[in-house]
Ligand binder design. Sequence first.
Ligand code: SF4
Length: 506
Amino acid sequence: MSKIRQDDLISSIADSLQYISYYHPKDYIQALGRAYELEESPAAKDAIAQILTNSRMCAEGHRPICQDTGIVTCFVRVGMDVQWEGATMSVTDMINEGVRRAYLHPDNKLRASILMDPAGGRKNTKDNTPAVIHYEIVPGNTVEVDIAAKGGGSENKTKFVMLNPSDSIVDWVLKTVPLMGAGWCPPGMLGIGIGGTAEKAMVMAKEALMEEIDIHELIARGPQNRVEELRIELYEKVNALGIGAQGLGGLATVLDVKIKDYPTHAASLPVAMIPNCAATRHVHFILDGSGPAELEAPKLEDWPAVTWTPSAAATRVDLNTVTRADVASWKPGQTLLLNGKMLTGRDAAHKRIVDMLNKGEQLPVDFTNRFIYYVGPVDPVRDEVVGPAGPTTATRMDKFTDQVLEQTGLLGMIGKAERGPAACESIKKHQSVYLMAVGGAAYLVSKAIKASQVVGFADLGMEAIYEFEVVDMPVTVAVDSSGTSVHAIAPKEWQAKIGKIPVNAG
Ligand code: SF4
C-alpha cells in the first residue's frame, strides 16, 4: 500500500501544466519536423516553420506555445491500494488547486479562459478552474495521471455521429474533416472513439489523444488488427485531402490518427472524432508515494533545426498609411509583413460593438481605415510588451462582419483559418480583406508586437480592444477584396496534386 500526499498531487498537477504550456511533446515536434522536410506547399511549409520556431522559442523562454492555454483535462487512474495521507481535500479539489497554482504562476502566468454559467453570464473564473476530470479505479498502489491543456479552437471542431452498423467509418471521417475547416490549427492529430455509447465514444476520442505519435512505426511494422488498419487508412486518406498546415493546402494535415474502441450495442455504431491542434499539450506522470512527479526538461537538440525568418518575397505593408487601393491589389496566398498600428477585438468586443451600433452609441475607438486583429493575448510578464498573442478563429466573428464593415469603416481583419461564405461576400461588398496569421505560433507573433495599450472595453480583460504597434508581423492574404478565399482554393489544388483522392470522399 502506498501513501499519497495531498501536496504531492497538487504540486505535480501545477508543475505538469506549467511544463506543457511551454514544452511540446517530443513526439509531436519530431513528427512535425518530418512533415516540414516532406512538405512541398510553400505556404504550408512556411506555417510549419513558424510553428516549429515558436515551439523552440517557448521551450527556451518558458512562455506559452499558444495564447489559448487551454481547458485542463485529466485522466486519473487511482490504484485500489492507495491511501491519501492527511488529505483535507477531495481529489478533484486537489487537482483544481494544482490548476489554480499553475495558471496564476507569477513567472509564467497562463491565460484564464474558463467561464462559469456557460449558458448565461459566462463569467471568467479567473484561475482557469475547474478542470474536466475522468477517474478510473484500477488495481495497484499508484496514482497515474494523463493531463492535457486543450485549446478551444480544436475542441470546437469535435464531431460525433451514430452510424448504422453497416456504414463506413472511413467515409464519414473523409466527409467530415473538410467540414471542420482549419480552425483546429492543423497539422495535428485526430482522436477517434468507436463503440460503447455516445458519451463513451467521446471520452475515448479524447483519451486517444494522450497517446504518443507512432504512425510511422505502425506503418513500418504493419497493422495487426482492424483498428490499426483503420488508423493507417485514415492517416493516408485524410492527408490526401490536401488541407495542409493551417488549411493553406499541403501534404501534412494530420501527423497521426489515434483510435480507441469498446464493445457496443448491436444496433449502434457511435463514432466520435476530436482533433488536436498545433498546440498539442499533454504529459503523463505516476505518483507512488515517494514524492511529487519529476518532469525532465527536454533537450533543445530534440527540436528540428528550423528557424523561420520572413520571406524575401513577402510584401511590407504600412498599416498607418495603407489604402483601399493597396488592399485591392493583394492576392489570395500572398504573404505580407505588417508594420504600424492595428486594433484588436474578439468575441465579447464584437458583441458589444454591434450592441452599441444598434443603439446608436459612439464606439470607444474610430475604426475608419483600420485593421482589427482577432486576439486575446496572455498577460505580459517581466519586460514583455504583451504575452503570446496568436490569432483566434475568425469564423466566430462572421456574424458581426457585415455590420461592422458597413458601419465603422473598418478596412481589414486578421485572424485564424477560413471565413464563411457570408463573410467572404461582405468582404467583397465592402472591398475589404481578411488576413490570416498562424495559429500555434503565438509567442513568435508576440515578438512582432512592440507596443500595446488598452483603448476600449477595459473591463473585458484579455477580450478588451487593444492598440498594438507591430513590426514585420507575418500574415497571409486569406480572403482578397474580391471575396476569393485561399482556404477554398488551396486544399483543392493540393488534393489534385496529391492525386490519390478517395472516390468516396464526398
Ligand atoms: S493552436 Fe490553434 S486551436 Fe490550438 S490552442 Fe492555439 S489557437 Fe487554439
